[in-house]
Design a protein around this ligand. Structure first.
Ligand code: NAI
Length: 340
C-alpha cells in the first residue's frame, strides 16, 4: 500500500508537469515546524503536489537546509526556507494554507495531553502570527494534543478578531489512514478502495472509528474483530511511539496523512466538488463545541459538517464514553488561551 500511495503521489507530480500550463490558481502553503520529524517528509510530499505554487518552510532552526534540499526536486512549487521568529511574518504572508506540525512529540509512557504545557504555548504564538500575517488562511493543526490545540487556536483568533470557524481544522486524517489500513487487512479487501469515517477527537478513546459505515462492507468481521480494530486504531499512535522506543512518534505516516488532508483543502479551495474528509472542527452535531466528523471542503474551507449517520450499539457506547474526556480537553485549551 505504501508503494501504491507513493505511486499515486508521483503520478500526480508527473501530471503536474504534463498540465503545467493548466488553470490551477497559484497557492501558497506554509509549514510551521518544517525541520521536524513530520515537517521534513511533509515538506517533501507538498513539494510533489501540483496544486502548490509556493512552499514556505518555517522552523526555529534548520529550515535553510531542508528548503535547499527539497528545492532541487524538479516539480513546479517554488520553495523558500525561513528560520527564527523574525522571519515568521515573511514565511506566513499571503499563505492560503498553514500546516502546523510544530512542537514536541510523545515518548513511551506519555499521553498526548502530557505535551500540553509545551505545545500549547507554541501553538498560541504561531496562531497570533497567523492572525497578523495571513488571517484568511486555512489552518491545518497537527500539533498535539489536537483536542486542545484547536480550541486554543480558535481563542487566539477570536481575541485577534480574525476567527472564521470554517478555516480551522484539527488534522485527524492519520486516524482515518490507520483505520483504512487495519480494516483492509482484517477484511481482506484491497486497501485502495477502503473508506472508514473516524469521528470524535484525536486521543485514545476520543478516536472513534465507525467501522459499521466502512466501505466496502463485509460480513466476515465478528464483534470481537471490530472491537480489536477499534482499539488498534485508537492505540495506533502509541504502537509507533513504543516501536520507536524514545525516538519520537509517528512522522512518516503522519506526513502522508497531513499531505492528503492539505491536498483535499487545496482541491476545495480550487472549487473541486464533493471533497469530503474527516476533521476536528467547530461543530454542532453533538453538544461539544468541537468534534471530528466528515466535512465537505470548499472555497471557504468547511462548507458543510456532516452528522454521524447511523451508529452501531458499540459505536453509540463509544460516543457516550468519549464525551467527558473530549469536553475536558477542549475546556483545558480554552482556559489556557484565556489565561495566557
Ligand atoms: P519533532 O520534534 O521531530 O519536530 C517538531 C519541530 O517543531 C522541530 O523541528 C522544532 O524545532 C519545531 N518547533 C518547536 N517550536 C517551534 C516554534 N515555536 N515554531 C516553529 N517550529 C517549532 O516532532 P514531530 O514528530 O515532527 O511532531 C510534531 C507534533 O506533531 C507533535 O506535537 C506531535 O505530537 C504531533 N503529532 C500529531 C499527529 C496527529 O495525528 N495530529 C501524529 C503525530 C504527531
Amino acid at each position: 500500500s505504501m508503494f501504491r500511495s507513493m505511486e499515486s503521489v508521483l503520478r500526480r507530480a508527473a501530471d503536474a508537469r504534463y498540465f503545467s500550463s493548466g488553470a490551477a490558481p497559484e497557492r501558497k502553503v506554509a509549514i510551521l515546524g518544517a525541520a521536524g520529524g513530520i515537517g521534513q517528509p511533509l515538506s517533501l510530499l507538498m513539494k510533489l503536489n501540483p496544486l502548490v505554487s509556493q512552499l514556505s518552510l518555517y522552523d526555529i532552526a534548520g529550515t535553510p537546509g531542508v528548503a535547499a534540499d527539497v528545492s532541487h526536486i524538479n516539480t513546479a512549487a517554488q520553495v523558500a526556507g525561513f528560520a527564527g521568529e523574525d522571519q515568521l511574518g515573511e514565511a506566513l504572508k499571503d499563505s492560503d494554507i498553514v500546516i502546523i506540525p510544530a512542537g514536541v512529540p510523545r515518548k513511551p509512557g506519555m499521553t498526548r495531553d502530557d505535551l500540553f504545557n509545551i505545545n500549547a504555548g507554541i501553538v498560541k504564538s504561531l496562531c497570533s502570527a497567523i492572525a497578523k500575517h495571513c488571517p484568511h488562511a486555512l489552518v491545518n493543526m497537527i500539533s498535539n494534543p489536537v483536542n486542545s490545540t484547536v480550541p486554543i487556536a480558535a481563542e487566539v483568533f477570536k481575541k485577534m478578531g480574525t476567527y472564521d470557524e470554517k478555516k480551522l481544522f484539527g488534522v485527524t486524517m492519520l486516524d482515518v489512514v490507520r483505520a483504512k489500513t487495519f480494516y483492509a487487512a482484517k477484511a481482506g479487501v484491497p486497501v485502495a478502495n477502503v473508506n472508514v469515517p473516524v469521528v470524535g477527537g484525536h486521543a485514545g478513546i476520543t478516536i472513534l472509528p465507525l467501522f459499521s459505515q466502512a466501505t466496502p462492507s463485509v460480513n466476515s468481521l465478528s464483534h470481537e474483530d471490530i472491537k480489536a480494530l477499534t482499539k488498534r486504531t485508537q492505540d495506533g499512535g502509541t504502537e509507533v511511539v513504543e516501536a520507536k522506543a524514545g525516538k519520537g512518534s509517528a512522522t512518516l505516516s503522519m506526513a502522508y496523512a497531513g499531505a492528503v488532508f492539505a491536498d483535499a483543502c487545496l482541491k476545495g479551495l480550487n472549487g473541486v466538488p464533493d471533497v469530503v474528509e474527516c476533521s476536528f472542527v467547530q461543530s454542532n452535531i453533538t453538544e461539544l463545541p468541537f468534534f471530528a466528523s466528515k466535512v465537505r471542503l470548499g472555497k471557504n474551507g468547511v462548507e458543510e459538517v456532516y452528522g454521524l449517520g447511523p451508529l452501531s450499539d458499540f459505536e453509540k457506547q463509544g460516543l457516550e464514553s468519549l464525551k467527558e474526556e473530549l469536553k475536558a480537553s477542549i475546556e483545558k485549551g480554552i482556559k489556557f488561551a484565556k489565561e495566557n
